[in-house]
Design a protein. Structure first.
Ligand SMILES: [Zn+2]
Length: 147
């Protein structure tokens, strides 16, 4: 009887500990959503600058080259190519990040945040703290090399 009681309590404690580890409470989710919305606004602002200014910048480059031919060295040409490639990479990263943020906010709104998309088990809060936009639990991420 004593042993039975003990193991029951032990199991209860284990359950409480694991549910504490595995879930992010509503207040934390609310705070996270606020942070994500702020980041989203910033990214959209930057992306907006990229997309509206890109054609203008291209035009500007051309007029610069035409008006200042003496500084049109192959070195500068190489630089401008690298810059636009870097710009495109940054833009793609921002778009990817924006998609992650949108998906995460959607999950918070739909009360499905912190649940693995593959196996439906809760994602460890320690993982969520490091990667708030994590879509998979550690096990599934390890198996598929996904985030
Ligand atoms: Zn999983």
């Amino acid at each position: 009887m004593i042993i039975c009681n003990f193991s029951f309590n032990h199991a209860t404690i284990l359950f409480q500990v694991s549910s504490y580890i595995n879930t992010m409470d509503k207040n934390e989710q609310k705070k996270l959503k606020k942070d994500l919305l702020t980041e989203k606004t910033n990214i959209e602002k930057v992306l907006g600058e990229f997309t509206t200014e890109n054609p203008t910048v291209k035009g500007d480059y051309k007029s610069h080259f035409h008006s200042a031919d003496q500084s049109d060295t192959s070195d500068e040409k190489a630089h401008s190519v690298t810059d636009s490639e870097q710009e495109r990479a940054v833009e793609q990263n921002l778009e990817l990040r924006l998609r992650e943020i949108n998906e995460t906010i959607k999950k918070i709104d739909e009360n499905t945040y912190g649940v693995c998309e593959k196996c439906s088990s809760p994602i460890d809060i320690r993982r969520l703290k490091v990667i708030p936009v994590a879509r998979f639990c550690v096990d599934c991420a390890k198996k598929a090399i996904l985030i």
